[in-house]
Design a protein. Structure first.
Length: 294
């Protein structure tokens, strides 16, 4: 339950704060009913205040699947990887949905975390493989590409980049450079609010680079005001405790057990309970996410 409580505190308060920001300052006006639907992660047919919000509903639903998928990884890695391959193949058909298309990225996040934490000796292959896959994906990406044609390649490239970052000393040093590490810490806030800067830059006739810079700066300000209080202050501890007490009651009312076992002590010993929370195609990992899941 503490995992679920930490996820709720990590994701929900900044998200709700961002909803308020976009409702007051955003360039898109939507009915109140759609604002409520976004707050409840009901995305089917919902007009979004911010197009980036689409991924939060998918991520929220992923947390319901995470225990089952992690259990599969602890019990049968071969079956787990077969499912990843099958889902990646499904992306190339008309049968795929948004959730199914996003699922492999989250599942590969589990694999990347396990390989990195166990310091698997095969991780040295990640960097050269990343270079090969990224070059092929870049060559195949055209101005008319809708994303479906190259999404599998870019997802694999992102997965390999994450593994390489933890397995290659010089990459680890580069990514530990203070400004880059800070962007990682603020990445959730930047993701939530960067479109505000881009939208106003476009409205006022400024170019994309100035829009990107404005989005970055607005995201950092939002991180400091709307996210940091829920990650680096005593308020976080109080909220996590409150959620940890409330969630079992919610599960009981829903007729579900709040206890979960992932294959017994032996399985738990060899499987870290750690999930790099993907921003889907980028599989981003923020410092706050890692701290929450240890």
């Amino acid at each position: 339950m503490r995992f679920a409580a930490k996820r709720c505190v990590r994701i929900l308060p900044p998200y709700y704060a961002a909803i308020v920001v976009f409702a007051l300052l955003g360039t898109v006006r939507v009915p109140v009913a759609d604002i409520v639907r976004q707050a409840l992660f009901l995305d089917q047919g919902t007009r979004l205040l911010n197009s980036s919000f689409w991924s939060l509903a998918v991520e929220f639903r992923w947390y319901f699947l995470f225990p089952l998928v992690l259990l599969l990884w602890t019990r049968s890695q071969r079956t787990f990887l077969f499912l990843v391959v099958a889902l990646l193949a499904l992306q190339q058909t008309r049968a795929v949905s948004t959730d199914l298309a996003a699922l492999p990225a989250f599942m590969l996040g589990i694999v990347a975390a396990d390989l990195t934490i166990r310091r698997d000796t095969r991780t040295w292959l990640a960097l050269p493989l990343f270079a090969i896959v990224a070059v092929v994906a870049f060559i195949r990406t055209t101005p008319t590409d809708t994303g479906q044609e190259t999404s599998v390649l870019w997802e694999i490239a992102a997965f390999l980049a994450v593994v390489a970052a933890g397995a290659t000393p010089f990459l680890t040093r580069i990514l530990s450079f203070a400004p880059i590490a800070f962007i990682g810490v603020a990445s959730y806030g930047i993701y939530l609010c960067h479109e505000l800067g881009i939208a106003y830059a476009e409205r006022w006739g400024y170019g994309p680079w100035l829009g990107a810079l404005a989005g970055l700066l607005i995201g950092i300000v939002f991180w400091y005001i709307g996210e940091r209080p829920f990650t680096d202050t005593p308020l976080r501890t109080a909220l996590v405790s409150g959620f940890a007490q409330a969630l079992p009651r919610f599960f009981s009312l829903a007729g579900l057990s709040s206890r979960m076992r992932l294959g017994g002590p032996q399985a738990m010993e060899r499987t870290p309970i750690y999930l790099p929370v993907a921003a889907l195609e980028l599989e981003r990992v923020s410092a706050g996410d890692a701290k929450d899941l240890r």
